[in-house]
Design a protein around this ligand. Structure first.
Ligand code: URP
Ligand code: ZN
Ligand code: ZN
Ligand code: ZN
Length: 469
């Protein structure tokens, strides 16, 4: 036989083309696209289905240190199981440097979390919380050489925030190393100020999380990051952009010719700050606490216009799962005293594709090719995985999702494979659903059943981003 697997009768969709073609797979790679292929050990009938590159989720948090708060609900095993069930075949989570420690040590520890545990392929971004001279001059250049070619820095959070000088030092280092820097743009001092003011007024319910960091706080930090990027002459990626105001800063910079890239996420087109109110300001609003917070429906429209006009290159989940119930939950006894103590983040690696397909493609806002670009191809290009990952064509890894474009589902916790005990999208009706996921030619998920094994996923040593430097 010529092929290990043939995917027959489907419609192949890439970021640029839609075509009726069979896909021939050998030794984990796509080797042929043709009108009609025969001669395989296994043939998969894809008639009526879209054949798309497996999702690449370049913003996922798994097994990160808890800094005294509740532990994350997902390590590599459950987080990547959830990914493949949702049609995603590569994730890029974060190896986080706790202050006072070496980044190399953090990377070694993080490999230990992932080794033999992952259902999908994975690379690591590096979270830099302590840019000492040796981190900047020795550790980071060596780590970039080893395939950790992107960093993330934070402008907020007690344990991670960098001051302006430190941001400039990291940006400058990234320029020298040709690494791509992702920036979390929310202003630390403004959030601190607002948090104390709200708490003094007794406004401690989950909803006040959103009021503690309004869009102006994100806009200011976004502008500041852009200015620092301009000063150091380095491209940056502004992650998890929530609404019109920060987006306008990015568009302004892009129009000026600066290399500023941007990411948005499902929560900014599917949730609003009102979700944080729960039922009559009860505590269930804590389920939706993430940063930046979801805004309002006008913000959804602004984000869509940014997607349509090319402000955004990537649509990522920012999967950052915590339990809702229990002493390790979002509303553990301490977190009940103030929104300040509720861990930030929501699960979403398994529902990213369905939400974008449904609200984007089915509702006519983007083409199916743009869907592929936003969920897979652009992530591969942006983060040094192209042309190994991110498309369907000869030579690419056979990471493929078979997609039923007309399947109606209601998102529900009972369908999820993550470790968390809830989904923030409970009850949301969607059209379009992944029915089979292949990782390098192996069927790893089929109709909600996991057929792969932990350990199927491999570490990806990534190339330099062509968008950096
Ligand atoms: O609330 C969020 N997004 N938590 C995840 C950490 C981050 O800032 O991306
Ligand atoms: Zn250690
Ligand atoms: Zn962030
Ligand atoms: Zn994040």
């Amino acid at each position: 036989t010529d092929f290990d697997v043939i995917i027959r009768g489907g419609t192949v969709v890439t970021a640029t083309d839609t075509m009726r073609a069979d896909v021939g797979i050998r030794a984990g790679k796509i080797v042929s696209l043709s009108d009609k292929l025969t001669g395989a050990a296994k043939t998969i009938d894809a008639s009526g289905l879209l054949v798309m590159p497996g999702g690449i989720d370049s913003h996922v948090h798994l097994a990160q240190p808890a800094f005294g708060g509740p532990a994350m609900a997902d390590g590599f095993e459950t987080g990547t199981r959830s990914a493949i069930a949702g049609g995603t075949t590569t994730v890029i989570p974060f190896a986080l440097q706790p202050r006072g420690t070496s980044l190399r040590h953090a990377v070694t520890d993080y490999h230990r979390e992932a080794d033999g545990q992952s259902f999908c392929d994975y690379g690591f971004h590096l979270i830099i919380s302590d840019p000492t001279a040796s981190v900047l001059s020795q550790e980071l250049p060596a780590l970039v050489d080893d395939g950790y070619t992107s960093f993330k820095v934070f402008m907020t959070y007690d344990d991670l925030v960098l001051n302006d000088r430190q941001l400039l030092d990291v940006f400058s280092c990234a320029r020298d190393c040709k690494a791509l820097v992702m920036v979390h743009c929310e202003g630390y001092d403004a959030i601190k100020f607002m948090t104390e003011r709200l708490e003094s007024a007794g406004k401690t319910a989950p909803y006040y999380h959103a009021l503690s960091r309004p869009e102006s706080v994100e806009r200011e930090a976004t502008h500041r990051a852009i200015s620092h990027a301009e000063l150091t002459d380095v491209p940056i990626m502004v992650v998890h952009v929530s609404g019109r105001e920060p987006m306008e800063q990015i568009r302004w910079a892009q129009n000026k010719g600066l290399k500023i890239y941007a990411e948005t996420c499902p929560q900014y087109v599917a949730l609003t700050a009102d979700d944080l109110k729960g039922l009559n300001m009860d505590e269930s609003g804590g389920k939706y606490i993430c940063s930046p917070p979801p805004r309002d429906e006008q913000s959804w429209d602004a984000i869509w216009s940014g997607i349509q006009t090319g402000v955004f290159q990537t649509f990522s989940s920012d999967h950052c799962p915590f339990y809702y119930e229990g002493s390790e939950g979002k509303l553990n006894p301490k977190a009940r005293t103030s929104f300040r103590w509720v861990p930030n983040g929501i699960p979403g690696v398994e529902t990213r594709l369905q939400i974008l397909y449904s609200k984007g493609v089915v509702e006519g806002r983007i083409s199916v090719n743009e869907f592929v670009a936003l969920t897979s191809t652009n992530h591969a290009k942006m983060y040094g995985l192209y042309p190994q990952k991110g498309s369907i064509g000869p030579g690419f890894d056979a990471d493929i999702v078979l997609w039923d474009p007309s399947r109606r589902e209601v998102i529900s916790q009972s369908l999820m494979h993550h470790g968390a005990d809830y989904t923030p999208y409970e009850g949301m009706a969607v059209v379009g659903w992944p029915v089979m996921t292949l990782l390098r030619g192996k069927v790893v998920a089929e109709d909600g059943r996991i057929t792969g094994e932990k350990g199927d996923g491999q570490f990806l040593k990534r190339s330099l981003s062509p968008f950096a430097a």
